[in-house]
Design a protein around this ligand. Structure first.
Ligand code: PMP
Length: 417
């Protein structure tokens, strides 16, 4: 029995699907201690948009460390934070005419989701939240209460308090006007459900199975929230930071949520960091009302500032569009053609191969584990883990992207032969 099985909690998860001892990583490749190479289509679940050990970002981090600069700073004013705030304003907010205050939260995405929920309730003096079926927002109690996966929830946790799940435009709901439904629940005085403080949504349900919300749906959701004075919170933790092309995933719908949650790749280098963007008039926090020891990871500020500079010099946004075209074509021509029950969905550099109706959960598990044997790390998401999720670093080279996709195709062929 190895030390992980002997000592680490049973709760560990990714390591069970990718059983190797990982040691080194560069760009889109991870190396095991025994020398195997794996193409990385998991990218730290979206925390490594700029690749492993990105040279540009690494240099800035090393320079900072060598200067004995502050590494832990609570929420003190530091030069690293000053630079991050300035760069984020200059290259993200101002060019897009977005005016948000930035709240640094505890280091995980779920902590910023909790902050958003607390603030929305404080502002509106209402306790209800509407979320969507299929949503994923994290594993602390508040975030879990607004997440869809009932397997990890339990009545014992008391996580259903005042949360109402609305239908996301997916499956048979695609032919159902979900926005009109939400509207009627809010306006019907006998609907049994009070008007909520906020509606929280993902523009692409990533863990939910790579389900991309239509533009018009997002626009109507935003309009509905404005009309009913309900706060709109966008959880851009996984598909923000350029994953869909532009910096924010909601930009494509031309909407401005009241609050935006960012984490994962915001620090550029896989360092823990999460932030909540708040419209200035909604920033009614009292000092210290959502505090925490680790809200000032200085290396994350340095990495995050460097990542924003890297985005500029590398023309990453255009690059993502080119790779999106490649994936769109490959997956439709070479994977969907295997069987017409396979569904392909995606945008930017997040794509799903849905095999719920073609072999289901066990088959999906076999495919991803065969992929691992062939040198590819790729995970499963969605209902019963039936969607193979392609989430490479945005910086991946097209030949490596193609090689990874060919491994997936090979895995299907191996099982169907
Ligand atoms: N929201 C979304 C959309 C996510 O994808 C995740 C992480 N997979 C979270 C929230 C939670 O982030 P964390 O795991 O850092 O708490």
């Amino acid at each position: 029995m190895n030390i992980f099985e002997k000592r680490e909690s049973n709760v560990r998860s990714y390591c069970r699907n990718f059983p190797a001892l990982f040691h080194r990583a560069k760009g889109s490749i991870i190396y095991s201690e025994s020398g195997e190479e794996y193409i990385d289509f998991l990218a730290g679940a979206g925390a490594l948009n700029y690749g492993h050990n990105n040279d540009y970002i690494k240099q800035e981090v090393i320079t900072y460390l060598n200067a004995d600069a502050i590494t832990h700073g609570l929420d003190l004013h530091t030069s690293a934070k000053e630079k991050f705030l300035s760069k984020f304003s200059e290259v993200v907010l101002e060019p897009k005419n977005l005016d948000y205050r930035i709240q640094f939260c505890g280091p995980t995405g779920t902590n910023a989701v909790e902050a958003a929920l607390k603030l929305a309730k404080k502002i509106t003096k209402k306790s209800g939240i509407f979320s969507f079926m299929g949503a994923y927002h994290g594993m602390t109690l508040g975030s879990l209460s607004i997440s869809g996966n009932t397997k990890v929830k339990s009545g014992l946790l008391g996580t259903s308090n005042n949360v109402t799940f609305m239908p996301y435009p997916y499956g048979f709901m695609e032919s159902f006007d979900t926005i009109e439904y939400i509207d009627s629940v809010i306006t019907d005085v006998n609907s049994g459900i009070e008007k909520p403080a906020a509606i929280i949504f993902e523009t692409v349900q990533a863990e939910g199975g790579v389900i991309v919300a239509p533009l018009e749906w997002m626009q109507r959701l935003s309009e509905l929230c404005n009309r009913h004075k309900i706060l709109l919170i966008c959880d851009d933790i996984q598909v923000g930071c350029g994953r869909t092309g532009p910096f924010f995933s909601f930009e494509r719908a031309n909407i401005v949520p009241d609050m935006v949650v960012l984490s994962k790749s915001i620090s550029g280098y896989g360092f823990p960091m999460s932030i909540l963007l708040i419209k200035p008039e909604l920033d009614i926090w009292e000092p210290g009302e959502h505090t925490g020891t680790f809200r000032g990871n200085q290396l994350a500020f340095v990495g995050g500032t460097a990542a924003l500079k890297y985005r500029e010099i590398s023309r990453l946004e255009q690059d993502v569009k080119d790779k999106e075209s490649f994936l769109h074509q490959f997956l439709h021509e070479q994977i969907a053609s295997i069987n017409d029950k396979i569904e392909i969905r995606g945008i930017g550099l997040i794509w799903g191969i849905d095999i719920a109706n073609f072999g289901g959960s066990n088959f999906a598990q076999k495919i991803t584990s065969r992929c691992f044997d062939l040198g590819l790390i790729v995970e499963r998401v969605g209902r019963n883990d039936t969607v193979i999720k392609i989430l490479p670093p945005l910086t991946i080279e097209i030949p490596t992207l193609e090689q990874g996709c060919l491994i997936i195709k090979q895995a299907f062929e191996d099982y169907l032969a």
